[in-house]
Design a protein around this ligand. Structure first.
Ligand code: GDP
Ligand code: GDP
Length: 437
C-alpha cells in the first residue's frame, strides 16, 4: 500500500500497453466491485502478493504538438518528485530519439529508482538492436514486449523488491485513529475548508510529523472524537508551483487516499463532478475506502425548493453503481455544515468498522434469499445455505452455496442492497464472495 510507480516516456513507445499488462494480473483475481470501471491513467497492480499504484503519465499529456515536449518534461519532473519509482519507457523499434535523450537527462539526476524499460523487443533481432539503450546510462535496463508480455515478470520482480514489508509506517500516535483525506480538483476549496476547520484552534491536538511522506497529518478533537485529517502538502503551504497540473493533483490524491480510512471528495457546486473526480471515486471504492462527497461553494448557487435534492439525484446517477454515499452541501467560505461534514465522515468510519453478528446476519439475509431466490442457471436450484462476515478491514461477506459460479451480478447486487438496507454501510464499499459449501 502506498507505493507508487509512474510510467514516463514519449508518445507511442507503448506505455499504455505496458500499463494494461501490469494491471491485468489483478484484474483477473479481484473483480469484486462490479460496474466500477478502470480508467487508463492509473490503477492497482499486484505481483507476488504485493500491490502498488501504477500511473501512466501518457494519459495526462494533451495531444497538441507544440505543447508536447514541454508537457512531457513537466510530467517527468513531477514523476521524479512524487513517485516512489519510475519506469522510463523507450521503443526498440525506433531507437533512441532526441526526446528520449532529453528525458534521460532529467531522469539520470533522479534520486528515486529509475527502470529503463525498452519496449517492443518482440524478437532476437530487436534484442540486438536494443542494446544501444545501454548508452543512456541507466543501471537497471529491462527489455520487454508489452504486446506478448515477455519480460514483464522481471520488471515486476524488480519493482516489488523495492517495496518494504510495511510501507505505511503509521506512527504510534495515529494507530486506531480515524484518518480522513481531503481530496479534489484545484480550486474547489480544499484549503479553504481545511482553514475553516483549523480556524477552530482549540480543536487541533497536534501536527503529526511525517518523516518520509509528503502529506500533512493533523490530529483533531471534535465531538469528543479524535481523528486525523490528511491533506496533501501543497495544499496548506499553498506552494502552487504544480498545483494546476492534473497529473500532480491526481498523484497527490492517490497518496492521500492510501493513507486514509475515509476520503472526503470536495467538488465545486457550480462545476459539478468531473471525470477525474469520478476516477478518484472509483479508485477509492476499489481500495475499499469510505467516501463522503462534499459539494462546496453552495453559497454561490441559486436555490429553489428542490435544488439540493435534484443536484444529489444527478450526482448519484454519475456515481452509480455505488450510490449509497453521503452527499453534503457545504460552504467553506461561510462555514456552513463544515463540522457536519466531519460528523458524517466519522459515521462512515464507524460503518466501515461494522461487524454484523453471524446469527443476525443469517436471520436477515436468509429471509431475503427466501423471498427472492437466485435464478436457476443449469437446471439445479442454487442454494445459499449460510452467510458470514469475513474478518477483513473492508466489510466483506461470504455466501456459502452449492454452485458459486452460477450467481451473476444482478443477484449479487440484490444481496448487496439487502445488506445495505438492513445494516448501515453508507459510504462504504462492500465486498461479496460466493464460496462452495
Ligand atoms: P503510448 O502512447 O506510449 O501509451 O503507447 P501505446 O501503448 O498506445 O502503444 C503505441 C503503439 O505501439 C500501439 O500501436 C501498440 O500496439 C504498439 N505496441 C505497444 N507495445 C508493443 C510491443 O511490445 N511490440 C510491438 N510490436 N508493438 C507494441
Ligand atoms: P483549493 O485549490 O481546492 O485548495 O481551493 P481554495 O481553498 O484555494 O479555494 C479556491 C477559491 O475558491 C478561493 O478563491 C476561495 O476563496 C474560493 N472558495 C473556497 N470555498 C468557497 C466557498 O465555499 N464559497 C465561495 N463562494 N468561494 C469559495
Amino acid at each position: 500500500m502506498g507505493f507508487t510507480v509512474a510510467i514516463v516516456g514519449r508518445p507511442n513507445v507503448g506505455k499504455s500497453t505496458f500499463f494494461n499488462r501490469l494491471l491485468e494480473q489483478r484484474k483477473a483475481i479481484v473483480e469484486d466491485t462490479p460496474g466500477v470501471t478502470r480508467d487508463r491513467q492509473y490503477g492497482i497492480a499486484e505481483w507476488n502478493g504485493k500491490t502498488f499504484n501504477v500511473i501512466d503519465t501518457g494519459g495526462f499529456v494533451p495531444h497538441s504538438e507544440d505543447v508536447f515536449e514541454r508537457e512531457i518534461r513537466k510530467q517527468v519532473t513531477i514523476a521524479v518528485e512524487e513517485a516512489n519509482a519510475i519506469v522510463f519507457m523507450a521503443d526498440a523499434a525506433t531507437g533512441i530519439t532526441d526526446l528520449d535523450d532529453a528525458m534521460a537527462d532529467i531522469l539520470r539526476r533522479s534520486t528515486k529508482p529509475v527502470f529503463l524499460v525498452v519496449n517492443k523487443v518482440d524478437n532476437n533481432e530487436r534484442m540486438l538492436e536494443a542494446t544501444e539503450f545501454y548508452s543512456l546510462g541507466f543501471d537497471q535496463v529491462y527489455f520487454v514486449s508489452s504486446i506478448s508480455g515477455s519480460g514483464t515478470g522481471e520488471i515486476l520482480d524488480a519493482i516489488t523488491d523495492l517495496m518494504k514489508e510495511d510501507d505505511e509506517a503509521i506512527s504510534e500516535e495515529e494507530k486506531g485513529l480515524p484518518k480522513f483525506a481531503i481530496i479534489g480538483q484545484p480550486n474547489v476549496g480544499k484549503s479553504s475548508l481545511l482553514n475553516a476547520l483549523i480556524g477552530q484552534e482549540r480543536t487541533i491536538v497536534s501536527d503529526i510529523a511525517g518523516t518520509t511522506r509528503d502529506t500533512i497529518h493533523t490530529r483533531y478533537n471534535l465531538f469528543q472524537k479524535d481523528f486525523v485529517l490528511i491533506d496533501t502538502a501543497g495544499l496548506r503551504r499553498k506552494a502552487k508551483v504544480h498545483e494546476d497540473l492534473e497529473f500532480y493533483s491526481v498523484i497527490r490524491a492517490i497518496k492521500a487516499l492510501d493513507e486514509a480510512d475515509v476520503c472526503m471528495i470536495v467538488l465545486d457546486a457550480e462545476k459539478g463532478i468531473t471525470a477525474q473526480d469520478l476516477n478518484i471515486f472509483s479508485l477509492a471504492a476499489r481500495k475499499g475506502k469510505g467516501v463522503v462527497v462534499l459539494v462546496n461553494k453552495w453559497d454561490l448557487m441559486e436555490k429553489e425548493t428542490n435544488t439540493a435534492r435534484d443536484y444529489e439525484k444527478t450526482l448519484k446517477q454519475k456515481l452509480a453503481p455505488f450510490t449509497d454515499v453521503p452527499v453534503l452541501f457545504i460552504s467553506a467560505k461561510e462555514k456552513t455544515r463544515i463540522f457536519k461534514a466531519i460528523e458524517i465522515a466519522l459515521d462512515v468510519y464507524e460503518n466501515r468498522q461494522r461487524k454484523v453478528a453471524t446469527s443476525k446476519l443469517n436471520d436477515v439475509m436468509l429471509k431475503a434469499i427466501e423471498a427472492n431466490h437466485p435464478p436457476v442457471v443449469r437446471g439445479a436450484p442454487v442454494r445459499i445455505k449460510y452467510v458470514t462476515q469475513l474478518p477483513t478491514v473492508v466489510p466483506s461477506f461470504a455466501f456459502f452455496c452449492n454452485f458459486p459460479e452460477d450467481i451473476k451480478t444482478p443477484y449479487r447486487n440484490y444481496l448487496e442492497n439487502q445488506l445495505r438496507e438492513n445494516f448501515d454501510f453508507t459510504g462504504v464499499p462492500v465486498r461479496i464472495f460466493f464460496r462452495k459449501k
